[in-house]
Design a binder for this molecule. Structure first.
Ligand code: FES
Length: 144
């Protein structure tokens, strides 16, 4: 039979030494991770489906509300009728700035888009704002 005390002692030192080295290596690998990979995350992308945007009561009838982070504008042309469009102006790509008097307005060069269908009402924008899909559940509006 072997003596458990004599056989464990050297192993314990080895484990402790490896643990210290492991901590050093972890520090190094974390630093390296910051430089590697993640190309997909650097590219701005549309907000994820299912993300809650607002409540129906927060979108004025005949107007709308802009969500800059999600790059979406939600409108309510008529009571209970909710629409959503890209908030990226089709002229040069500014995020639209406000919704008033039935239009979604870009301040960069003055384009205006209709709240009902995103079509161009005024300005240099060449195309309507593309529609975005939303889901209205009870009083909650989320991206579909
Ligand atoms: Fe919107 Fe030019 S970018 S009007």
């Amino acid at each position: 039979m072997t003596d458990p005390l004599t056989s464990h002692s050297p192993r314990r030192r080895t484990v402790l030494a490896t643990g210290a080295m492991g901590a050093l290596l972890l520090g190094c690998s974390k630093y390296g991770d910051e430089n590697g990979g993640g190309d997909a995350e650097e590219t701005p992308s549309a907000a994820p489906a299912g993300k809650k945007l607002t409540k129906t009561g927060d979108v004025p009838v005949g107007g709308g509300k802009i969500f800059k982070d999600e790059k979406v504008v939600v409108t309510q042309p008529e009571k209970g009728d909710f629409k959503a469009f890209s908030a990226v102006c089709t002229h040069r790509g500014c995020i639209v700035a406000k919704v008033s008097d039935g239009t979604i307005d870009c301040k960069c060069h003055g384009s205006k888009f209709r709240v009902a269908d995103g079509s161009v009402a005024d300005g240099p924008a060449p195309k309507p704002l593309p529609a975005r899909q939303i889901k209205v559940t009870g009083d909650s509006i989320s991206l579909a």
